[in-house]
Write a new protein. Structure first.
Length: 240
């Protein structure tokens, strides 16, 4: 079977699939009698990727395999097909997700210490329902708090092949760069009688990156002399 025919078969399968397809699944499209090798599939995929500049879709490799997705320069037009308003996520939720992604495995208590506010149970539930995070173990301390990590679905959604592909925090000027498809709430909730924690005060304006590099090795409750986390005034998971 020639490369052009293999390309057409792979392209059709990728466009028809609702999820990314791994090289193994793509190889399963062919019988032994057809003599298509792993090298043939790799060459065909590379040829499909090379065709991208002239098309409105691009071939992308993510954690679960290969998929076609809309090219960035035409996304604004394609988005008009959707009558639904895009889901809007709060900055608090995205800060929590970023902490889990960059500091995993991490406990809820450690997240609260770094952010300086209580992490809403609904926020954790929302991230779990989106299948972006999961419990990967338990910290071997009193109470055995759950350790959270990201999932393969998280990598797929953010167009990443592996965690190593996450951009360095020093290169992210704003959380919006990590999740460009999100619409952000610029303000962190309404005024409250409780003064906001330091990190929320510094991160309350789009364009400023919270410092996620603070140490939180195995602490699940504030140490002596530290300020206990306050209630997060931006605990809304998603806004209409």
């Amino acid at each position: 079977m020639d490369t052009d025919q293999i390309k057409r078969i792979l392209e059709a399968a990728l466009l028809a699939s609702l999820e990314p397809l791994s090289s193994t699944r793509l190889a399963g499209l062919f019988t032994e009698d057809e003599g298509v090798t792993a090298g043939d599939i790799a060459c065909a995929l590379e040829a499909l990727r090379a065709d991208a500049p002239a098309r409105g879709v691009v071939l992308s490799e993510v954690a679960s395999g290969y998929r076609y997705q809309v090219a960035g320069d035409v996304h604004a037009w394609v988005a008009r097909l959707s009558a639904e308003r895009p889901t809007r996520y709060s900055r608090a939720l995205l800060e929590t997700l970023s902490l889990i992604a960059y500091r995993q495995p991490i406990t809820r208590g450690e997240i609260e210490q770094i952010r300086g506010v209580v992490v809403s149970s609904n926020m954790i539930r929302t991230l779990e329902e989106r299948e972006w995070i999961r419990i990967v173990g338990h910290r071997d301390v009193a109470g055995r708090p759950a350790l959270f990590g990201t999932t393969r679905q998280f990598l797929d959604y953010f167009n990443l092949k592996a965690l190593e592909d996450l951009p360095p925090l020093a290169e992210i000027r704003d959380l919006e760069e990590l999740a460009p498809q999100f619409e952000f709430e610029a303000a962190l909730g309404s005024a409250s009688s409780t003064p906001p924690a330091r990190i929320d005060t510094e991160a309350s304006t789009v364009g400023i990156t919270p410092d996620f590099s603070a140490s939180s090795d195995s602490i699940d409750s504030p140490a002596s002399g530290e300020i206990a986390p306050t209630q997060d005034t931006d605990s809304k998971e998603h806004l209409a």
